[in-house]
Structure formats: structure tokens, C-alpha cells
Design a protein around this ligand. Structure first.
Ligand SMILES: Nc1ncnc2c1ncn2[C@@H]1O[C@H](COP(=O)(O)OP(=O)(O)OP(=O)(O)O)[C@@H](O)[C@H]1O
Length: 217
């Protein structure tokens, strides 16, 4: 599904990614682990097309992404990729339902269709009685599950998550990890997850370890 070859990235004179190769197959949960500063988030941002590599190639289902212009890339991101971050980045003035719908509206989905799908997702994630709550009326675990529903609304092929349970207590973290496993089992959902959480990396199908800008195992 995803193939990255010889990815390089520097910030100023800091060479952060030094030739990273990675392939991810459909239905896999890949955890990227490694010490702080190893380049995990930088790699995830490049794989998710949020940032551009200085050198290297990126393919998605055989299509080369490096040749797309920025409009094509944002369309691609909106339709094919979901993101979950450590801090959920929900919009404070919108309800849970509205937050989940936003990527669908950006993709041009009709309001009724988007809301029906958002309700279905919120229900699946145990949030059917929280749809009209605003983010500050939700617990941390609930906020992160709303962010998961938002990531899923456009039925993305691939979800990138950066420390998704980094801000959760252990019970909520465990619940989120089980949700990822359930989404993979029931929907063959593919994930690439940067995490320091051993529970999550142990639950994943494959652990990729980074050190000093390279994948070492
Ligand atoms: N936009 C940027 N400008 C300058 N330096 C950056 C930028 N983004 C990352 N870096 C630097 O690149 C290095 C790798 O950062 P990155 O966030 O990819 O590491 P990480 O492995 O995800 O670390 P952590 O586990 O602490 O999140 C760090 O030294 C960081 O300071």
C-alpha cells in the first residue's frame, strides 16, 4: 500500500532522516519506535504527505506521490489518509458530531450523508450519547475517540497516528489500543503509529525501530 525509498530530510544543517526505506501492506498495524529525536515524527509527517522529503520517493498503491502538486496532495490526503495526533486538535466551538463531519464536508460529501456516517462511527466508538457535546465537555479518552471517528469518516486507506495515547491514562490508552486492533480486525484498517507506549507497540503487527535517522530493525 505504502512504499518509501531512500527518504532524506534535513532541518538547516541537521540531517534528520538519512535514507529511510519502509513498506506498509494493507491491513497491517506498523509501530514506529525509537528514542526521542530519532526522527519518528519527521518520518511520519513525510509518509503522511504533511511534509516533503529533500530526497527519496513515496508511492501509494503504486502511484508516485512526489510528482503531485499541492492541490492534488491535499485532495489525496483528505480522501485516502486519516490522522490522529497526541493532542486531538478538535475544534473547540464545534460539537463532537460536527468535528467528525469536517473532513467529509471538505471532501464534498452531502450534509445528511456525512452526518449519518458520523453518527454511525460515534455509535461504534461508544459515543452515541455524546454527539452534541463540545470538546471541553468530553473526557480525554472521549475526545481522542472523537478524533478517531474524524480520522475514519472518509474511509481512509491508511491512518497515521503520532503518540495517539500519549495524553491518556492507562485505562483510556488500553481502550484506544483495543479500538485500533478492532478496526484492523473488522475493517482491515491499516495503521502506521509512532509510539513510546510498549503496550501499543507490542499489540501491533510489526515494530520498526529508528535510531539517528535510520531504521535499524
Ligand atoms: N521543523 C523542524 N525544524 C527544526 N528541527 C526539527 C523540526 N522538526 C524536527 N526537528 C528536529 O529533528 C529531530 C527529530 O525530531 P522528531 O520529532 O522527528 O523525533 P522523534 O523521534 O519523533 O522524537 P520524539 O519521540 O521526542 O517525538 C529532533 O532533533 C528535532 O528537534
Amino acid at each position: 500500500m505504502l512504499k518509501a525509498t531512500a527518504i532524506h530530510k534535513s532541518y538547516g544543517n541537521l540531517h534528520i532522516l538519512k535514507g529511510v526505506d519502509l513498506e506498509v501492506a494493507k491491513g497491517e498495524i506498523v509501530a514506529i519506535v525509537g528514542a526521542s529525536g530519532a526522527g519518528k515524527s519527521s518520518l511520519l509527517n513525510i509518509l503522511g504527505t504533511l511534509d516533503k522529503p529533500d530526497a527519496g520517493r513515496l508511492f501509494f498503491n503504486g502511484h508516485e506521490l512526489s510528482s503531485m502538486n499541492s492541490t492534488q496532495l491535499s485532495n489525496f490526503r483528505n480522501r485516502k489518509i486519516g490522522f490522529i495526533f497526541q493532542f486531538h486538535h478538535l475544534l473547540a466551538e464545534f460539537t463532537a458530531l460536527e468535528n467528525v463531519c469536517i473532513p467529509a464536508f471538505i471532501a464534498g460529501t452531502a450534509k445528511g450523508v456525512a452526518e449519518a456516517r458520523a453518527m454511525e462511527l460515534l455509535d461504534m466508538l461508544g459515543l452515541s450519547d455524546r454527539t452534541t457535546h463540545k470538546p471541553n465537555q468530553l473526557s480525554g479518552g472521549e475526545q481522542q475517540r472523537v478524533a478517531v471517528a474524524r480520522a475514519l469518516i472518509n474511509k481512509p486507506d491508511l491512518i497515521f497516528a503520532d503518540e495517539p495515547s500519549g495524553n491518556l491514562d492507562s485505562a483510556n490508552a488500553r481502550e484506544l489500543h483495543e479500538l485500533f486492533i478492532r478496526l484492523r480486525r473488522d475493517f482491515d484498517q491499516t495503521f502506521v503509529i509512532v509510539t513510546h507506549n510498549e503496550d501499543l507497540s507490542n499489540l501491533s503487527d510489526r515494530k520498526v525501530t529508528m535510531k539517528d535517522g535510520l531504521i535499524i530493525s
